[in-house]
Design a protein around this ligand. Structure first.
Ligand SMILES: Cc1cc2nc3c(=O)[nH]c(=O)nc-3n(C[C@H](O)[C@H](O)[C@H](O)COP(=O)(O)O)c2cc1C
Length: 195
């Protein structure tokens, strides 16, 4: 059955309701990636935005996830909002966001998080806490007289463009409601699934 309802609109709606009820962590998602070796990895990450084509998030380009996405752009994200009794699973293909989108998101971050992003070589072995703190101090000094800290090239964003979105709603007597949207050539196709 093809529907007019866009699953991203439905997702946005749920996210707004979750934000209303749970505030800060509503945008937290588990993001799963798989590199060329086929080894999966999952971690929590903040959803930055939902636009008309997908879910946007930011990270460091030397992180494990970025390396995996370079090898295999497919990824999956999962949200669970206990207060709503809702889970959303998103599977799709990631693409890098453009510089303007990344610059906007960067500008919205606190100065401390910007300094940490400059100093961190995310996911690389840590030599010592002192070395990391010293790097933050160096960047603090370097940008001391700059009102806006520029975005480092390694701070990058991705858009997860969904191929499949499943909405799970907690149901009475464990008869949960599952609705899977799958993209075909022309429309989203919806299928109810057994719980
Ligand atoms: C609540 C929370 C929010 C996080 N948000 C982000 C984020 O937006 N971007 C990011 O790169 N890492 C974020 N992290 C850190 C990731 O979970 C992970 O440790 C880091 O990105 C390195 O992952 P990787 O080595 O698998 O690439 C967050 C962690 C937590 C617990």
């Amino acid at each position: 059955m093809a529907l007019d309802i866009q699953p991203l609109d439905r997702f946005r709606d749920l996210l707004a309701r979750a934000r209303h009820l749970e505030a800060t962590e509503a945008a937290l998602m588990s993001l799963a990636t798989v590199g060329a070796d086929g080894w999966p990895a999952v971690r929590e990450i903040y959803l930055q935005a939902v636009d008309d084509t997908g879910l946007v998030f930011f990270t460091h380009d030397c992180s494990r996830k970025a390396r995996q996405l370079a090898e295999n752009p497919r990824a999956a994200a999962c949200f669970y909002w206990p207060a709503l009794g809702q889970q959303v699973q998103v599977e799709g293909v990631t693409e890098p966001v453009d510089d303007a989108t990344a610059d906007d998101a960067w500008a919205g971050r606190s100065r401390e998080s910007q300094l940490a992003a400059w100093a961190s070589r995310q996911s690389r072995p840590l030599d010592s806490d002192e070395a990391l703190t010293a790097r933050v101090a160096d960047y603090r000094k370097r940008f001391d007289f700059q009102r806006q800290i520029p975005r480092p090239a390694h701070w990058c964003g991705y858009r997860l463009v969904p191929e499949r979105i499943e909405f799970w709603s907690s149901g009475w007597r464990y008869l949960h409601v599952r609705e899977r949207y799958e993209r075909d050539a022309h429309a989203w196709v919806i299928q109810r699934l057994e719980p």
